[in-house]
Design a protein around this ligand. Structure first.
Ligand code: NAP
Length: 500
């Protein structure tokens, strides 16, 4: 491990220029490529971070000329970058774009890709698999058979990485057969968010928090990722997946790991990932008998969000009329370590909730004894709110004396608006993650054993739900989920942030 370079969690040192690369983008015409990946690469180009000589090669089955592909990419970048799109810089970026028609399942199609890639010596080669995961095995097998994966090639994988521990293992074995772990970049785009890395900065860059970051000082932690959107055009996919697999197994557990891990010795990828893995392994399993007490699942019915009417989940296109898929999950998680014994971590995520918000709320213990007038309970505890979206800010609630004769305490917020404090545009998650992969920094990517440990914690919850005849509890679109979610946390004497 000592041989591992010490990258900053946010990427390689700025002094080092990123290498020229060949990025082969399987699923190059898909929604993710058009909405996120190509705009992120164009932003890197605008920032001068795409080395001359780099190539981005879109791959899909449909026949497109390179010119037609460039036109698709330009339209997507214009649409998704808005005012940040710079027409004058486009031609140089367009010159890096290419397209190859290839059916991922046809071995014969890979020879042409091999010829296109050729032998470009020092150029870093990346394969981004932005296709349905059932194509991963074919892609990996055919790439290897065609001799295209070099010892330094990198393979980037989008979620979902399986639907349970066995299927994730199969994917990991497939990819592991053609590349070593240091070549595999498993994406959880939450880890690419600036505020998530700020969490690392907050915890490990300041002496202030570490002594408080434990039982005896922290009472409980909440992690909420709420969406206003329903399933949109992904009904069929979502109905097979549900919120537990789509959100909790990856995004919420990754946030929990960053919050709860021990300080790593360095910011090197494996130092950080070793500590995250320990958290996942210390999560107390939720056995069948506990599942109904410690978890709540819900499914939205029709309702109103803002002023807009929203249809019920069961009326969404692609969703089975009798579906029992959950669109909302709340879980009480417990971490069996000295640091966290007795400190509950409440996780909550759902669709068709009243707000689009992702936030972490750390509630500290109350002072042990009040010297001030008024009921003790009127002195709310300190609270740290780390908001990841829509805006990125960190707020610490403290108590201060309100002006006047009487010694009355009132909560006030110390608020750090990261957008205001640091002028300059924050990197988008995919912009960061693509840059890190190009530069060989694995810190913000999930290691195989992390993915496996996360599924091992999730699978028994899923299995317990499958045995429960009642199915998910209904909630109105535009509400904060089923009442049982409030009861879950109220049983411990707490309330969800914003519900007080
Ligand atoms: P998509 O819009 O359905 O695009 C699929 C892409 O794969 C298209 O370019 C398609 O083009 C290509 N493709 C399909 N079959 C192929 C084959 N046999 N050989 C070569 N290319 C083939 O999917 P997406 O939304 O971009 O999602 C891609 C992956 O990322 C999925 O696993 C998804 O779950 C995951 N993901 C997506 C998002 C998102 O926001 N969209 C977010 C997170 C994760 P042709 O039909 O022309 O072949």
């Amino acid at each position: 491990m000592s041989a591992e370079p010490r990258h900053s969690p946010g990427g390689s040192p700025p002094s080092r220029r990123p290498p020229a690369f060949d990025l082969v983008l399987f699923g190059g015409t898909g929604d993710l490529a058009m909405r996120k990946l190509l705009p992120a690469l164009y932003r890197r180009h605008l920032a001068g971070l795409v080395e001359p000589g780099s190539r981005i090669i879109g791959i899909a089955r449909t026949d497109h000329s390179t010119a037609a592909y460039v036109a698709l990419a330009e339209a997507a970048c214009r649409q998704h970058l808005g005012d940040d799109f710079r027409a004058d810089a486009w031609p140089a970026f367009a010159a890096t774009l290419g397209y190859a028609r290839l059916d991922a399942t046809r071995a014969a199609d890979y020879a042409a890709l091999g010829a296109l890639l050729g032998d470009r010596g020092e150029v870093t080669r990346l394969f981004f698999l932005s296709t349905a995961p059932d194509l991963f095995a074919a892609i990996c097998g055919h790439l290897a058979a065609a001799g295209i994966v070099t010892a330094d090639s990198r393979i980037m994988l989008e979620k979902p990485l399986g639907e349970d521990a066995p299927s994730a293992r199969r994917i990991n074995e497939t990819v592991g057969a053609i590349a070593s772990e240091r070549q595999i970049y498993r994406i959880d785009h939450y880890l690419g968010k600036e505020t998530v890395q700020n969490l690392l900065a907050l915890r490990f860059g300041n002496a202030l928090f570490e002594p408080l970051w434990r039982r005896g000082q922290i009472r409980h932690v909440q992690i909420t990722v709420a969406e206003q959107l329903g399933v949109e055009l992904r009904g069929e996919f979502y109905d097979r997946t549900g919120a537990l697999r789509d959100m909790v197994q990856n995004h919420l557990l990754q946030l929990l790991c960053i919050l709860a891990m021990e300080p790593p010795a360095t910011s090197a990828a494996d130092a950080v990932r070793d500590e995250k893995l320990k958290v996942l392994r210390a999560l107390r399993p939720i056995a069948e008998a506990d599942a109904l007490l410690k978890t709540v699942r819900g499914q939205y019915r029709g309702g109103v969000i803002g002023a807009t009417k929203a249809a019920a989940y069961l009326e969404e296109p692609g969703v089975a009329a009798d579906s029992r898929t959950e669109t909302f999950v709340a879980i009480k998680a417990e971490i069996d370590t000295w640091r966290w014994a007795g400190v509950p971590f409440y996780l909550r995520t759902g669709k068709r909730l009243p707000e689009h918000v992702a936030e972490i709320v750390v509630t500290f213990d109350q002072v042990p004894h009040s010297i001030f007038e008024g009921p003790f309970s009127s002195q709310p505890p300190n609270r740290l709110v780390i908001r990841l979206q829509p805006d990125e800010c960190i707020t610490l609630r403290i108590l201060a004396k309100s002006p006047g004769e009487a010694m009355r305490l009132k909560p006030v917020d110390l608020a750090l608006d990261l957008g205001e404090s640091f002028k300059g545009r924050p990197l988008e998650a995919y912009e960061r993650l693509l840059g890190d992969a190009i530069q060989g920094n694995l810190t913000l990517f999930m290691r195989r054993d992390e993915v496996d440990a996360a599924w091992r914690w999730i699978d028994p919850i899923r299995a317990a739900w499958d045995l429960d005849d009642d199915g998910p509890r209904p909630y109105a679109a535009g509400s904060w989920g089923p009442a049982a979610a409030s009861a879950l946390i109220a049983r411990d004497g707490f309330a969800w942030h914003g519900e007080l």
